[in-house]
Write a protein that binds this ligand. Structure first.
Ligand code: NDP
Length: 244
């Protein structure tokens, strides 16, 4: 059975990705922030690990080797946070927190996880969860947008370096996806984004999970370094004045 690890797999999109991988026949471990309640098992292994903490990630991969007898062949870098602030009021602490979890976390889990794959002579697939929000300047999300833009470029460079070692690296960039978290952003999150989206609906965690399943699988055997938008077309469409 192929072993997959999904960071930040306790809720939202990460949870759905983990469940979908499990249904597809993968053995799946998810990471959750230390101190948070481990959610109901869904047949998943649950491992506390802060996605931005190097020592904890080294310990995670040791623990995975001990538990499953091997390194994961699929790594999904999903853990992500955002803060909301205009640039001139954005604190250094918030900037560091967002960059640490999102971008540093993707780097560390890739370097350490791919290192373990290479040491075991194993090929694999790494899927980074980016965002459509680095395609445009989103208000109050400059730290988040920078982290996701960084993830997209990191994906290309990592793909170029890890390709010769049999490891593919791709990015999935969701548009507006309805999760417990995004539902709290505005009163009518789903309706507002559906109206802006060419496919006229909001995305679901299942939409994102399908793209991850594809990129993890042999069906994507010749695809690496790419970002696949899962956004109903919303970030392909420029804002345009109305001419009546
Ligand atoms: P959630 O907040 O539901 O999921 C994020 C998960 O990551 C949570 O379980 C959270 O745990 C966990 N997490 C946060 N920080 C850490 C950390 N340091 N170490 C380990 N786990 C951590 O959000 P979504 O499901 O919406 O987002 C998932 C990913 O998708 C993120 O990378 C996000 O940026 C991206 N995305 C989401 C979009 C959307 O519309 N929903 C759009 C574009 C991209 P806890 O809850 O305990 O904090």
């Amino acid at each position: 059975m192929t072993l997959a690890v999904v960071t930040g797999g306790g809720s939202g999109i990460g949870r759905e990705i983990a469940k979908a991988l499990r249904r597809e026949g993968y053995e799946v471990a998810v990471t959750v922030l230390p101190g948070t309640l481990a959610p109901g098992d869904d047949g998943l292994g649950v491992f506390p690990c802060d996605a931005g903490d190097e020592a904890q990630i080294e310990a995670l991969f040791d623990k995975l080797a001990e538990t499953y007898g091997r390194a994961p062949s699929v790594i999904v870098n999903n853990a992500g946070i955002q803060t909301w602030s205009p640039l001139l009021k954005l604190s250094t602490e918030d900037w560091d927190r967002v960059i640490t979890t999102n971008l540093r976390g993707t780097f560390l889990n890739t370097r350490i996880g791919a290192g373990r794959m290479v040491a075991e002579g194993r090929s694999g697939a790494i899927i980074n969860i980016g965002s459509g929000c680095n395609k445009l300047a989103f208000p109050n999300l400059i730290d988040y947008g920078a982290s996701k833009g960084g993830i997209e470029q990191f994906t290309k460079s990592a793909a170029a370096e890890l390709g010769p070692k049999g490891i593919r690296v791709n990015c999935v960039a969701p548009g507006a996806i309805e999760t417990d978290r995004t539902r709290l952003e505005t009163d009518a999150y789903a309706e507002e984004w559906a109206a802006l989206t060419p496919l006229r609906r909001i995305g679901t965690p299942e939409d994102v999970a399908e793209a991850v399943l594809f990129l993890a699988s042999e069906r994507a055997a010749f695809i690496t370094g790419q970002t696949l938008a899962v956004d109903g077309g919303v970030f392909s469409q420029a804002p345009w004045p109305s001419y009546g």
